[in-house]
Design a protein around this ligand. Structure first.
Ligand code: ZN
Ligand code: ZN
Length: 253
């Protein structure tokens, strides 16, 4: 849901301080997954932010994380925050409404603004604030967003035809620095949720990724443990090869 938030001033406050407070509030919302990345703050008669919410009620206080609560309290001393829905943001996907998840997949790509966690039951992204934080002693999802930014940067360099060995290997190899960072997050999320969280690997169509003929199907060999993966159909157009032991998945083809 694409929305605007008007910040209507209640009391006199220096412009620089007002701006800093609003930016801090928006940043805390993003780090908790209550707004998606790529938002704008506009200064007109008053300050207005243009944001995308994963769910229509994502801006409600009941979803606030520790940092959002703190920043909202500070901000509300000086501003009334008025949310107005403007329409559907077509750069974002509809979000998962499932109460529980049988399994989750972790994946992203260069221009992805959505959550990196996909519900395998409905095939839609899961708003971050609905999930546990996959790191100890942290109160927001910045660790997930740093990985997403790293992945997007690597993917963009590769897609824009730099095509060098480094960016290729970072995306494809199960034990590259980029994929190790992501797999640690997926493992922690899986432990906290008590359901499998598969880390999705890119396939480089034959260079290093192995497959085996099983009947009519070409099934991937897991690069972590060298066993034949399991073909799973999560829903009509959502099929993957997975290794439960290593927590990895590939597109099925
Ligand atoms: Zn779902
Ligand atoms: Zn494996």
């Amino acid at each position: 849901m694409f929305c605007k938030i008007d910040f209507l001033p209640l009391l006199g406050i220096e412009s620089d301080e007002a701006e800093a407070q609003i930016w801090a509030f928006l940043c805390s919302l993003e780090r908790n997954g209550q707004i998606l990345k790529e938002y704008n703050l506009i200064k007109g008669e008053h300050y207005t932010a243009y944001v995308t919410l994963p769910h229509p009620d994502s801006f409600d206080r009941r979803h606030d994380g520790v940092y959002v609560r703190r920043e909202r309290e500070r901000l509300c001393e000086h501003f009334d925050c008025i949310l107005l829905p403007l329409g559907e943001n077509l750069s974002s996907q509809p979000y998962c409404e499932c109460e529980t998840h049988t399994a989750i997949e972790m994946q992203t790509y260069d221009r992805d603004i959505d959550s990196v966690f996909t519900c395998c039951d409905c095939g839609k992204p899961i708003a971050l604030y609905r999930l546990p934080i996959p790191a100890e002693k942290q109160e927001d999802f910045s660790i997930v967003q740093y990985w997403q930014e790293n992945y997007a940067a690597m993917d963009l360099l590769w897609m824009n035809c730099l095509c060098d060995r480094y960016t290729g290997n970072q995306r494809v190899k199960h034990d590259s620095a980029l994929n190790k960072q992501g797999r640690a997050i997926a493992k922690s999320m899986s432990e906290k949720l008590g359901c499998p969280v598969y880390y999705h690997l890119e396939c480089d169509y034959g260079k290093s990724v192995q497959a085996e003929q099983v009947g009519d199907l070409q099934i991937h060999i897991c690069p972590g443990c060298q066993t034949t993966m399991k073909r799973i159909r999560f829903s009509a157009d959502y099929e993957r090869d997975i290794c439960e032991a290593c927590g990895l998945s590939y597109d099925a083809h």
